[in-house]
Design a binder for this molecule. Structure first.
Ligand SMILES: [Zn+2]
Length: 230
């Protein structure tokens, strides 16, 4: 695990301490509920970032994406593609260690073809879901809660600021987003990216988070990423 602390410690740290339940009047129950209720987005963000089943599911989806790309053959020469994975250990929770990749077997081509991914985002060292969810939380949570989340992930303040700038600048201007944004009606608020994307996809549900990561998958390949770094 790449977490500074385990996710469980993280969850315990953020959750207010509950006193042992007493046989309580409704007012006290209401008071306790108030104390455990969390700001919008924080609960599902924490759940996703500690969800081992989700990590496994994302790995399976990446296998499918890789097989789909492999079956199409080399886009340059039509040659047969072979698996040629390379080492990538993303930070932020999941214990993945390989980025799935392909290589053309045709002599004279041998071109590498890295398929889209729901786990990695270009050359970001953090897992894609961390980049999406924590960047979104900047718009959804109070600064002190974001700080706690950031510290738990060992994420530098400047890194998060860079991600935010990236979503609000390069991402919005990318050919991917310019082509994709029309499918959202009413249009998503660009100033709160990627929070507005997360809300639109209702990512508190695991399957909907997966949908969002699949939607973003085209920008995760090294080829697409070239347009997205500056
Ligand atoms: Zn080829």
């Amino acid at each position: 695990m790449e977490w500074g602390r385990s996710p469980l410690v993280f969850l315990r740290r953020l959750a207010p301490k509950l006193e042992p339940s007493r046989r309580a009047c409704p007012a006290r129950v209401f008071y306790l509920r108030l104390r455990v209720s969390k700001p919008c987005g924080e609960s599902w963000c924490q759940q996703h970032l500690a969800d081992q089943e989700l990590f496994q599911l994302l790995e399976k989806v990446d296998i499918d994406l890789t097989e789909a790309a492999r079956s199409k053959g080399c886009p340059r020469c039509g040659g047969k593609l072979h698996r040629s994975d390379y080492e990538r250990k993303p930070r932020g929770g999941p214990q993945w260690d390989l980025r799935f990749s392909l290589c053309c077997g045709q002599a004279g081509c041998r071109r590498r073809q890295t398929p889209p991914s729901v786990r990695f985002m270009g050359r970001r060292v953090y897992a894609g879901l961390v980049v999406v969810l924590v960047s979104a939380m900047v718009h959804g949570l109070k600064p002190e809660r974001v700080k706690l989340l950031r510290e738990t992930l060992g994420l530098d303040r400047r890194t998060l600021a860079r991600w935010r700038q990236w979503w609000l600048g390069i991402f919005l201007e990318s050919s991917f987003w310019r082509a994709a944004r029309a499918r959202f009606l009413p249009p998503l608020c660009p100033k709160t990216m990627p929070w507005s994307l997360c809300v639109n996809f209702t990512v508190e549900r695991r399957d909907r988070l997966l949908d969002l990561l699949q939607f973003l998958a085209p920008i995760t390949t090294p080829a697409a990423w070239k347009e997205l770094v500056r």
